[in-house]
Every structure is written in C-alpha cells, then in structure tokens.
Design a binder for this molecule. Sequence first.
Ligand SMILES: [Zn+2]
Ligand SMILES: [Zn+2]
Length: 337
Amino acid sequence: MHPERFESWLAIDTRGLYCRPGGFHIDPHSPVNRAVITHAHSDHARAGHDHVLATRETLALMKTRLGTAAKLGTQTLPYGETLQVGDVTVTLAPAGHVLGSAQIVIEWRGRRAVISGDYKRSADPTNPPFELVPCDLLVTEATFALPVFSHGDARGEVAKLLKSLKQFPERAHVVGVYGLGKCQRLIALLREAGYVEPIYLHGALAACCEVYESFGIELGALKPATGAKREELKGAIVLAPPSAIAERWSRRMPDALTAFASGWMRVRARARQRGVELPLVISDHADWRELTRTIHETGAHEIWVTHGREDALLHHIQSTGRVGRALALIGREDEES
Ligand SMILES: [Zn+2]
Ligand SMILES: [Zn+2]
C-alpha cells in the first residue's frame, strides 16, 4: 500500500469499496464485518453487516427500514467528529442528500479521500447543507451526470403544484415521491410555501416521516390516505411511492391528477411514459453543474465516479487535467432520484 496510490489502499473487492488500512467497507452491497454507511437508501445501506458506523440519523433510518441496523453492534459518529479506525481517521461531513447522509472523509498518511455518497448542493429544509471538504481523491456519484440535467429551484416546482391545486380544487393531487428524503423534503417545502392543510400519506411513507419528526424536523399535519373519506381528498395533496401512482391505489382517489417529484422529470419522455400529468423536477442528487463544481472546488486531483452515467463526467474530468476512473460498483441503482 502506498498513500499516493489510492487504489492500493481503497480497493474494490467483491463486496464493494474496501479501505484496507481501516479494515472496513463503505456502503457494501453484501454483508461484511465492518461497514461505514453514507446514508440509509437501500442501494447503500444493506442488511446483515456485523458492525455499522454511521450518523445517528442514518442508524435510526436503517433500523426503521431494515428492522436492525447491524447484527452485532452500531457506532454513532456525529458530523465533524473524528474517529480513529484501524490506521486511518474517519470524519463524517454533511452530504445534503437525505436525513443523516454523510460524506466519508478518510485520512491516511497525509492523504485525504472523500467518498461523497449521494449528495446535492441545493437547499433542503430537512437537511444540513452539503459541506465542501478539500481532498486529494474524491469518489463522486454521477446519477445526473449529463449537461442536460439542470434541476433548477425546487421552490418553483412546489409553486407549480400549489397553482395546480387552485386550478383543480376538485381533484386529488397524487404525487409520487421516494419514501426516504423526497417525501419529507416535499412536505417541508410545501410548509415553507405556506401550505397548512393536512397532507395525506400512502401507508408506505409514514415510518420514515416519523423518524424525521423524531429528529425535530416539523412536517405539520399528516394523515393516512387509506381510510380517508373521498370528500376529504378532493383538492388534497396525497403522497405515494412512485410505484403506487399508476396503480389501482391512486384510482380510488377522486379524479386523481398524478404528479411525480424527481430529477428524471426533466426528461419529458419519462414523464409521459409514466403517465405523469404534472412533472415536478425536484432532485436529491447533484445536477451536472453541481457535480462539476464540486469536483473543481474540492481540489482533488483524482476523481472516481460511481452510479451509472460516468462517460460524460469522466470526459470532463480528463479534459481538466485530472485523473478519472469509473468505479463499477455492483448493486448501485438509484432507488431515489
Ligand atoms: Zn441515496
Ligand atoms: Zn445512491
């Protein structure tokens, strides 16, 4: 192992990214002895690890979603505190993605690597903002790594939803949202915009909302959609997992108007394909400008790219004189966007 040669001490093995001098995996896709977890989305936080290190929020969300965060033990590391793990030090920095999401900062022999996990740099009332950490190696996601992806201001999208409610006061507005992150962010943005009515939830969304509330994030009045009277749901906002908006479930709603809050809604064809009447471009991932800006601002000379669309970003990285590498990590599909 040599500190200057990152691939000698941050290796890809059959379970994912492994920090050799620290003796732990980062977001491994199958059970390991020691895992450090960036955030609780299912493509990063899997069940069955012996020991898990993460923020308190991530551990709470893992427990809610998986039943238990680890088989043998968990360790909490708050943002900004440094911990010695094996021969390396580990610090967690806010990633701005979902509650508890962290960038993993690893230092070994004078070199610093940052594994960003999923991140975004736009404002989110449910999350501390992304913190820029200067580093030598940045491992970045690339979910929306094409110049066409520019997410814009989420508040403008929320205004569209509120306008539609005024225009169609008899219709239930059924909005597809990912259960962890997007759901709570949309609720908080609606509250910020002055919407005080109860928001109705599909049953699958309640548990994560409760975790957010337990960490002091106020979501206002939430009600279960199931069992609500038809009359009540006229002109109401009903949040549901994306899979439910096209199903029978949403047809029970009075004259449902379907919306979907996702970075993918930038692509009109995707919205049409899903039968979405009101696409809302709200993303919890960095867009092209945020990705390239982050790469520049960290000062990292070497950039490793995960999560699919690597080509354009690698080209950009190489054209700016940096070393770029595509990390083929198995089992990394965007659960949430
Ligand atoms: Zn994620
Ligand atoms: Zn992810």
